[in-house]
Ligand binder design. Structure first.
Ligand code: PEP
Length: 259
């Protein structure tokens, strides 16, 4: 198996103004420093709202923090008459490493489908930003037992026409919609079933070696108390954390899932 560095990502959603953002990142950095966290063994990233990115960048640069940061969405376009959108060029200028694409809240409230996620993935890669593609089924699909087919169709559509060089860098987060913000976490076996199927599909599309190197995360009500069992699954390489990442101490515990 390839050596995949675990990645723990905090999705702040629409929380924290730019003052609060500075405090949260500082507190996270101090907490991880106190715990002597090794950032080479578990990578840490936060996804603040767009309006916080400049503050986070300034802090990360000034204090030489090992915490990476990214955006929660990106425009499919580089510039022009797209009122309210944020260009990947602007994000790249702010030093972002990652951008979440196709989060279930974007799909539910903004009608984002596979054509949109595909265009946004290309847009991010065009500026050297790594997409974190979010996929996962709703409760009705899960109850019908179609979670694997549903999620793989989202993966296929999002990656359509993407070359191996880019596919090798992508991060995919399996986030069952019924587990997001509900407190109802998937069992480790549920997470493994779909994360394993995602890796198998990557192997079909791009070959086993490439698939072996791609990080597949789980997201949905991850907390310090359940993260270790989820991370113990062979095809789960990290977590995308919503609610629990707004508490720096709790998020630091999630980051240090094996301690
Ligand atoms: C998310 O928003 O991606 C998420 C996983 O949220 P929560 O951890 O709150 O379920």
């Amino acid at each position: 198996m390839a050596d995949r560095t675990p990645l723990i990502v905090g999705n702040w959603k629409m929380n924290q103004d730019h003052h609060q953002a500075t405090h949260l990142v500082q507190k996270l950095a101090w907490t991880l420093k106190d715990a002597k966290h090794d950032f080479d063994s578990v990578e840490v990233a936060v996804l603040p709202p767009f309006t916080d990115l400049r503050s986070v960048q300034t802090l990360v640069d000034a204090d030489k923090l090992d915490i990476r940061y990214g955006a929660q969405d990106v425009s499919a376009h580089e510039s022009g008459a797209y009122t309210g959108e944020i260009s990947p060029v602007m994000l790249a200028k702010l030093g972002v490493t990652y951008v979440a694409i196709g989060h279930s809240e974007r799909r539910a409230y903004h009608g984002e489908d596979e054509a949109v996620t595909n265009a946004k993935i290309r847009s991010a890669f065009g500026q050297g930003i790594v997409p974190i593609l979010c996929v996962g089924e709703g409760l009705d699909v899960r109850k019908a037992g179609n979670q694997v087919e549903h999620t793989l169709a989202q993966v296929d559509g999002a990656l359509d026409g993407l070359g191996a060089e880019q596919a090798a860098q992508i991060v995919i987060a399996y986030e069952p919609v019924w587990a997001i913000g509900t407190g109802e976490v998937a069992t480790p076996e549920d997470a493994q079933e779909v994360c394993g199927a995602i890796r198998a599909r990557l192997a079909e599309l791009y070959g086993a070696e490439l698939a072996d190197g791609v990080r597949v995360l789980y997201g949905g009500s991850v907390k310090s108390g359940n993260v270790a069992a989820i991370m113990a699954q062979p095809d789960v390489d990290g977590a995308l954390v919503g609610g629990a990442c707004l508490d720096a101490e709790e998020f630091a515990k999630i980051v240090r899932f094996d301690s």
